[in-house]
Structure formats: structure tokens, C-alpha cells
Design a protein around this ligand. Structure first.
Ligand code: MC0
Length: 149
């Protein structure tokens, strides 16, 4: 059902400085960046590796653009660090239904738009042993045609 670590989301206060740290320290380059108004973040995606299912694994750096956004709230309470993990699936609708049927609160009725036109939903951290967990289907990834996320 879930076939890879799609990404690890990291909350930061200064996206440009954090991108530079990942470049200078590890040699990871920005593959994609965007503003997601709905989620209230400016973000950069660093591609770490390809995966067996034809997708990819990423580090996602997140800087809040609004004080009332989930990442701003989290930063104010915890400071910078790992904000969530995301599991990749070819079928985010089906995976969310299955996990929901197992008693975990799924935060969205329907998946919403994520990075690079992916479809995403979140699971409540209080139902996941303290880990905010995201389920994601990459744009090119469908049950019929697993692609290159
Ligand atoms: C909050 N909590 C967390 C947490 N955020 N625990 C672990 N990891 C996190 N990231 C805990 C708080 O410490 C608190 O625990 C309790 O959950 C309630 O949190 P709150 O601060 O009072 O905030 P709420 O209830 O208003 O919202 C929490 C909730 C929210 C998880 C529902 O943050 C949410 O809807 N998140 C999903 C969307 C999101 O995070 N978007 C940003 C990434 P205590 O013990 O103090 O009660 S966007 C993204 O990632 C996209 C672009 C993509 O991947 O493509």
C-alpha cells in the first residue's frame, strides 16, 4: 500500500539559508521550489534518491509564509526540525480510506494539492505516536502507471 519514504518535511525559519546548508554540507541541490498558499509555506524539494517503485525520495524544506499556518505554529512551539514524514503510494485515496478504517484520523475529506502537483492528505499526529504523517501520490504516479515522483 505504501511503497516508499516520499519525503521528510523539515520546518525552518529561513528557507534560503537552510537550502544553502544542505547544498554546502551535503551537496544536495534544489530540484523544485514553490509557494503553497493553501498550506501557508514556501518550500524547496531536494531529491535524494530514486526508489524501487519508480518514484523518488526527497527532503522538503518548509518556511512558513503566514503566522497562522501549521508550520509557523509548530516552529513557535518546537523550533526548527523534522515536522512530518510522508509515505508514497500509487493510490492516496485508497490508502487514506484503509488507514482511516483502522482508526486513524485522516485530516482531509479529499486529498489536496501538494508539492509538484502531488495529491496529499495528513494523518493526525496524536493517532500516530506523535508523528504528523502524510500520504502522497506523486503527479505521475497512478495505480495503472507508477511513475517518477
Ligand atoms: C502539531 N502537533 C504535532 C505537529 N503539529 N505533533 C507532531 N508533529 C507535528 N508536526 C501536536 C501539537 O504539539 C499538539 O499537541 C497537537 O498536535 C495539536 O496541535 P496544535 O498546534 O494545537 O495545532 P492544531 O490542532 O490546530 O493543528 C495540528 C494539525 C495541523 C496536525 C491538525 O498542524 C495540520 O492540519 N497539519 C497538516 C497540514 C500541515 O502540517 N501542513 C504543513 C506542511 P499537544 O500535546 O500540545 O496537544 S505542507 C506540506 O507538507 C505540503 C506542501 C506537501 O508535502 O506537499
Amino acid at each position: 500500500m505504501l511503497t516508499r519514504i516520499d519525503h521528510i518535511g523539515i520546518a525552518c525559519r529561513d528557507l534560503d539559508a537552510t537550502v544553502e546548508f544542505y547544498r554546502a554540507t551535503y551537496g544536495f541541490e534544489v530540484h523544485h521550489s514553490e509557494v503553497n498558499e493553501e498550506q501557508g509555506v514556501r518550500e524547496a524539494m531536494l531529491r535524494i534518491n530514486g526508489t524501487d517503485d519508480g518514484g523518488s525520495s526527497w527532503i522538503q524544506l518548509l518556511e512558513p509564509i503566514r503566522e497562522d499556518s501549521p508550520v509557523a505554529k509548530w516552529l513557535a512551539k518546537n523550533g526548527e526540525g523534522v515536522h512530518h514524514i510522508a509515505f508514497g503510494t500509487a493510490d492516496v485515496d485508497g490508502a487514506a480510506r484503509t488507514v482511516g478504517d483502522r482508526g486513524v484520523r485522516v485530516l482531509y475529506d479529499e486529498p489536496r494539492r501538494g508539492s509538484m502537483d502531488s495529491r496529499i492528505t495528513f494523518l493526525h499526529p496524536k493517532d500516530c505516536h506523535g508523528v504528523l504523517t502524510e500520504l502522497v501520490t506523486a503527479a505521475q504516479d497512478t495505480p495503472e502507471d507508477p511513475g517518477h515522483g
